[in-house]
Structures are given as structure tokens and as C-alpha cells.
Design a protein. Sequence first.
Length: 247
Amino acid sequence: MDLEIAGRKALVCGASQGLGFACAAALAQEGVLVTLAARRAEALAKAAAAIAERCGQRPATVAADLSSPEGRQAVLAACPEPDILVTNAGGPPSKDFRTISSADWSAALDGNFLSAVELIRGSIDGMIARRFGRIVNITSMTVRMPVQQLDLSNATRLALTGYVAGVARQVAAHNVSINNLLPGTIATERILQLGDTARRLIEKVPAGRAGKPEEFAAACAFLCSAKAGFITGQNLLVDGGLCPITV
């Protein structure tokens, strides 16, 4: 299927590894001109080289901390008029709710809520003017099925979900869509760090396995495509059936 996005410009966050890298690679394979954003320049260089080897074109990179205003400004300066924006940030640490401090909440909100909000705000008017925009936020299945001791993630991801629900419906008439992709147990570095929690989740997945990053990335690429313009304000689970059905 031709996704009709060859030549479009995309900004992909958290793209040096894991789901962000997989999504960037999937877009590059569709002929999208990708800019990779993450904190570590060395990891970004390796990611860009890997994508260039697969696709024949090396993505641009920008090393910045997206949890800070300065970092967000640097990223938008490196890719000032994206047609596609994929926001993504590593989840906050697992903690007993009794030990979560004000500083923990501030860091989680900056990293997992405000970073996406500000990148959306900085990109969306250009998308409206060009009458094409696709925004995909990589969040978590915890917005549908909260996980114990991931309270920082549960709360901040839900905040972004609520924000998107309102904004997506204000811009839909301009061929700008905003959706959230909710990964379940996907075999990334982040999941491996969860140890026993990840093992327990994998055991519960009806598909009988963890997901592959490229499976998740294929869903992202479709939501970024010209063919997905009538899908907006949605929370799409990519979880192998782990989340229980809700009506």
C-alpha cells in the first residue's frame, strides 16, 4: 500500500532507540524526510546510520532534552515545518506511590506531558496552513489499564490523552489528525528494564508473546499516512489483546 507521504517532513522524538527508532525507520522506508530527536548525540548518530543503511538516505538529527523549553526550541528549529510529528518520551521511573515527591511529579509532567503539548503547539499552525498534518503521540496502555507502581506514567499519560481529545477535534477540519498509540508489552529496552513486571505482563498477553517494534511502527506509519485522515482523537492499542475490552 502506498501511504502517499513520500517527500513529507517528519520530526520523530525519542528516536535513538526503541519505539521511536522503529517509527522513524518505518517512515523513512516510505520516503519521508525524517529528523531524529533524542538526548544523546552518539546514539542518534548510530540510529541515523542504521536508517541510512536500510533506506539509502541519512536522517537529520538533533540532540536535545525535550523536557526543557530550550530543548523543545532546538528541536523545532532543526525541523521547523514538520508535516508529521511523532512525540515520544521514556516513561517515568517505577515507584511506590508513597515515595513520589513533588520533584518526581514535575519531571514526569515535563517529560511525558508538556514536551508533547509544546511540540504540538509549535507545529500545528503550519500543518493547518498546508492542510496536511499527522501527529502521533506514543503513550502507553496504562491510560486504559493502569499498572501498579507506574503511577507517574499512569497520570501523566492520561493528562496527554485528555489534551489530545479536545485539540484533535478543533483541527480535524483542516486535514490535521492527532492520535495516540498505546503500546502494550513490546520488546524494547524500556520493557526489559521493568524486569518482573514485564514478565508478568507477557504471561498475560493473549497473543502469547511480546510485540515486535516493527509491528508497532507499522501502525504509526499508517496513522501518519494520507490514507488515515478520517482517524483522529483516537487511542489505538497495540498490545496483542492484553487490555480487556471496554464498552
